[in-house]
Each structure stands twice: as C-alpha cells, then as structure tokens.
Write a protein that binds this ligand. Sequence first.
Ligand code: SF4
Length: 504
Amino acid sequence: MRFYLDERLVSQGAYEILRAFFREEFERVSFEVLESCQGFFAALWFDENTEALNMVVSDGVDIQRESIGLKTEFSSGLKPEFSSREFKLKQRRLVYRTASEFCGRNLPWGLLTGIRPTKLIAQEREKGRSEEGIRNYLRDVLYVSKEKIDVIFRVDAIERPFLESVQANSYSLYVGIPFCPTRCSYCSFPSYARNQHESWVAPYLDKLDQELRETAKLFETWTLSSVYIGGGTPTALHADELRRVIRLIRSYFSVLPELEFTVEAGRPDTLDDAMLKMLQTEKINRISINPQTMNDQTLVRIGRSHDAKAVVDVFHKAREFGFDEINMDLIVGLPGETKKDFEKTIEEIGKLQPDHVTVHSLAVKRASSLGANAYHHEHEELWEGTDRLLYRFAEENHYVPYYLYRQKNIVGNLENVGFTRPDRVNLYNVYIMSDRQTIAACGVGAVSKFVYEDHIERVANAKSIPDYLKNMEEKLEKKASLLTKFGEYDINTGKFIDSNDEDE
Ligand code: SF4
C-alpha cells in the first residue's frame, strides 16, 4: 500500500491510525498529485485553494473520500496552524472516519495511540467534565469503544485514591542496574550482557554509590514513598553486589520499615538460593519474576537462557523464602507465537497465582535487535481479541487492572496493563504511570521526573555506562537546579528555605 501524506501536515497521529487500520509496512512519501496514484493507496492532503483537508483511500476499485472545509471549521479567513492541537485532532478524526468506513471496522482504542488513557480522563475531570461527559467525549470525539471506556474507568477508580493522597514534596526513588545475563531480542532498554562487560560492574557501582549519596542530599527534606530497583536485571549482579546497592539506599535515604521496596528480579536464571535469601534478609517486600512467555521454544528464540520449568521452580522457591508480593511480566505477540501460545502462558501463570501480573503487548523498537533486523508482526490481525482472553483470565483469577498505557506500533493495537489483587496495588507503578509524583532516578538510563503544579520536567541520565561514568555529575546538577524550581530549595546550602528565615 502506498501512502501519500502531505508533509506539511506532519501528523504522527494520523500515520499511527492508518497503520493500525491497514497493518502494512509502509513508507511515508512526499505528496504527489492524486492522478498519479494507482492501485491501493491512501492520501491525505491540504488543498490551498479550498482550504480543505482531504482524505481518500482506494484499492483501485472502491474509493472512500472525505473532506473538511477548514475555512469554515476554523475562525473565518485564518489558515489553520498545522501544529495546533485542534487541527491535529480534526485531522486524526478525518483519517479515522475515512479509513474506518473503507475497512468496515473500528479500532477499540479509537484515536488513542501512545497515550495514558487515565491521564486523559484526569485532565478532562480537572476541566470540570462529569463522568458522563468524559464518556461521551471518549466515544464521540475520540471514537473509543464502550469496552475500553469501561476499562479506563475501572483503572481510574483503583488508582485515583492513591493519586489523590500523594503528598506535596513526596517522591519515589528509581535505581537502574544495566546488566542482564543475556540480551533479549525485543529489548530496547539500556542494558548489557554481564559476561561481556564484567569490567564495567565495579566502576558502575562506585559511580552509582556517588549518585545515590548526592541525590539523597538533594531530597533530604522530601518524603520517600517507594523504592524501585529495575534495569536491566538487578539480580544479574552477584548477591553481595546487590546487597551493597540496597544498603546504600537504606543508609543514604530515609527508608521507613514498611516502605514499598521492589527489586525487579526479572530473569529466573538469576535467582538462586543465595540471591533470594539476601533479598529476604534485606527486607525487600516486592519482587518481580518475569517469564514473558511459558513456551520453551519462544524463550530460546528471544535469547533467554532458561526454560518455563525454571520459572515455576523459582516462583515456588521465592514463596518458600517468604515473598508474598510477586509480580510476573508477560508479553503478547512475541516472535513466532500465536494466540494459542499466549493462552498456554496465562494458563500456566494462573496455576502459580502471583500477586500481580503485568502484560505488555510487543512494540518493536529500533534499539532492539528485532527492530534492527526490521522485524514486523506477521498476521497481526490474529492478535486482535487477545485482550478479551486476558480480561477473562484476570476476572477468573480475581485480578483487577490498575494501570494502563498504550504504545505506538503495538501488536494487535492492544494495550499494556498491570493487574493486581485489589488490596495489593504497587504504588511505584501507579505514580510513575500517572505523572503525579516526582521521581528521583539514579543509574544508567534512569529518567528523573519533576512534577510541578502546571508542568513536568525530566532529566534523562546517559543510556550507556561509559557516558554515565563521564557525565553523571552534569545530570545531577541539572536535577539540583530543577529542584530549585519548586521554589523552596537552596542549591548552595542544600537545604529548603524556611520562609520565616527569608523574612529575617
Ligand atoms: S531481561 Fe529485560 S532488560 Fe534484560 S535484556 Fe531482557 S528485556 Fe532487556
């Protein structure tokens, strides 16, 4: 299929919608005169003379055409700004309607691509819209299906009380460990196969020590809500190395005894008795064991060095060591898998009954080896409806969805969703997904987030270890300067300014 997109329109959103409908690998080409288009094509262009936005889809026989006269849609006489939100929305709606009419089907998520749906409804609520008004807006303007609107409101109902109780000057801490036993083919995270980069471990941990110490000083008067050690695979470190990181955190930061403290154990092949014992002794109260799939052939295909049995064994062992909060990550749409394989995976996971199940839908990123090899999903339509399977599994096993996000180029146009037992919500995930709490992030690839009343600023640490070793201090300075924007922090003294002192 050829797509002719008027480059002035520069709409990634429109592009994503077309892709979701036609599921083709296509290139964006510069606009050409329609007469020269032949066969199967879609075109989107702005006509200067009539000041109309036009969309046409054709397979050479049937043609679906729609046009919006923007002159009348926008304030009279003014050309629409192609970058304005209003224009982009109109354009996406036009593309959606035309493609949907042509294909004879709808997209369950409508115009929502690459967005956190619950964030959207929170924004609408802040504008004063009622639940009914928001539901109508999602259905009539953004073309979201009733099924998905219901999911969004279910997630919203669970996460809202936690978000409403976020205190001012509270924050969560993220610590990144960029090592793994091997590199998975779909992975785009900054992470290194440990056995090939052994000599980087010690300098990395020393630099991380320094960053943790300095970060703790910056946040000295703030209240810590949760800690999350992720990566990478933190347990790719040896037990004594990871113990050091955990103890550094406890010694520099004010970690209350009951605070949620997660270690993403990730790969079952890194969880031997010594590691589990250490994590238990260090009072880690939440771990994640991430099989992604319970099919051995797929595990080999994606570059894992363990089988499904290892997942089961490690899970039971972790329970024996007393871990009563275990998450398991799964991926829908792994290379070579079908819906049947995924069905088998959730059946196996159901037998284990973890406390949380997080399900991602494969999104191929350029930084992964799949992306580098131009992998694309075959027969993507086969994955449609997997969400129904998943929500049925959740219902039968008493899980509720508690966070939700969508990504671009996601298999089957599905969503990523975190399920939990109703009383076991993981605070860190809720905070990070909602953009409602400041996150102090340390280590390679970690992104700190400063949440102000009216906007958010981010500082991304280096994505490679050599760069991190070189410029960690620079990023730290940037973080310190962003803290001053909260208006209360004095970068010179490292203390918050007491307004009474200021008066004196
Ligand atoms: S275990 Fe996770 S972080 Fe490590 S390579 Fe695989 S997907 Fe990437």
